[in-house]
Design a protein around this ligand. Structure first.
Ligand SMILES: Nc1ncnc2c1ncn2[C@@H]1O[C@H](COP(=O)(O)OP(=O)(O)OP(=O)(O)O)[C@@H](O)[C@H]1O
Ligand SMILES: [Mg+2]
Length: 260
């Protein structure tokens, strides 16, 4: 926690006004080190409310794209715009406050389930917490626990299954109500019943927000508005799930390989 952040905004950088969620990458070039470029001249436009599934081989650059959107790193060339505003020109806190980021290991800390959800909005009322849990289909399993929302969790959340941990993280994100959502889906296998809940949770969480989903679940990919296939430092194919299946190109091949 004492580590100095790599990227800081100028002390006088203006706040990013509440965003609608239009996202544009304009000729973005980036590498973690100078000699190994990861993204090469990447451009795309995402309209507020769209769900984009990022697919591609491991190491292709999917996480890199979403990391750049939160400005965890600065790009080497081009620009990244949210609602037409270059993210380098605004206060970083005000940018990240409007983003919901969920990574593969849905982070649970020690405290009650209520605490874990309320972290998404520290001044949330009990009603808001329960409503968020209901919205992502987490309320039922929580209510069935002996201590309900008062159930104590340890730092890794070992008291819950993988899927249940995810549902708690979804509830937290739902409560924080971000305009732009980034979801790095977990690949870990979940029992079928929880899987259905998690699917429903994801669906409701994505509603009405711009979402970037690094998707492994076929259901999430198929429900996306558009798929970006990432390879070779850029987007090699994009389109609706149906179009890309019909086209029998990169996405089709990837799916044949992945889900054979
Ligand atoms: N922090 C980092 N420092 C240096 N190189 C990195 C860093 N993070 C990622 N890379 C490199 O950047 C490239 C793209 O990585 P990225 O994490 O974006 O891939 P990905 O598509 O998300 O893969 P996966 O499906 O395995 O999560 C890889 O070659 C990786 O080794
Ligand atoms: Mg990744």
């Amino acid at each position: 926690m004492d580590t100095e952040p790599v990227v800081v905004s100028a002390a006088d950088a203006p706040q990013l006004a509440p965003v609608k969620g239009n996202v544009e990458f304009k000729n973005v070039t980036f590498g973690y080190t100078a000699d190994t470029p990861v993204l090469n001249d990447v451009s795309f436009n995402v309209t507020a409310g769209e769900t984009i599934a990022l697919v591609g081989a491991t190491g292709a650059g999917k996480s890199t794209i979403v990391n750049l959107l939160s400005r965890f790193y600065d790009i080497n060339g081009g620009s990244i715009l949210i609602d037409g505003v270059d993210i380098r020109g605004v206060n970083i806190e005000s940018l990240r406050r409007q983003m919901g980021i969920m990574t593969q290991d849905s982070y649970i800390f020690s405290g009650t389930i209520r605490d874990n959800i309320a972290y998404g909005k520290l001044d949330a009322t009990e009603e808001e917490i329960v409503a968020a849990a209901k919205a992502v289909h987490a309320h039922d399993f929580i209510s069935r626990l002996k201590d309900g929302y008062d159930t104590k969790l340890t730092a890794r959340g070992g008291e819950l299954s993988n899927g249940q941990r995810q549902l708690v993280a979804f509830a937290r994100t739902m409560l924080s109500n971000p305009h732009i959502l980034v979801l790095d889906e977990a690949t870990s296998s979940i029992d079928t019943k929880t899987e259905l809940l998690v699917q429903a949770g994801i669906r409701d969480l994505l509603k009405g927000r711009t979402s970037f989903v690094i998707a492994h679940r076929l259901s999430t990919i198929q429900n996306a508005d558009r798929i970006f296939v990432i390879d070779d430092g850029g987007i090699v194919e994009s389109g609706s799930p149906a179009d890309l299946m019909a086209k029998k190109g990169a996405y089709y091949k990837l799916r044949q390989a992945q889900f054979a």
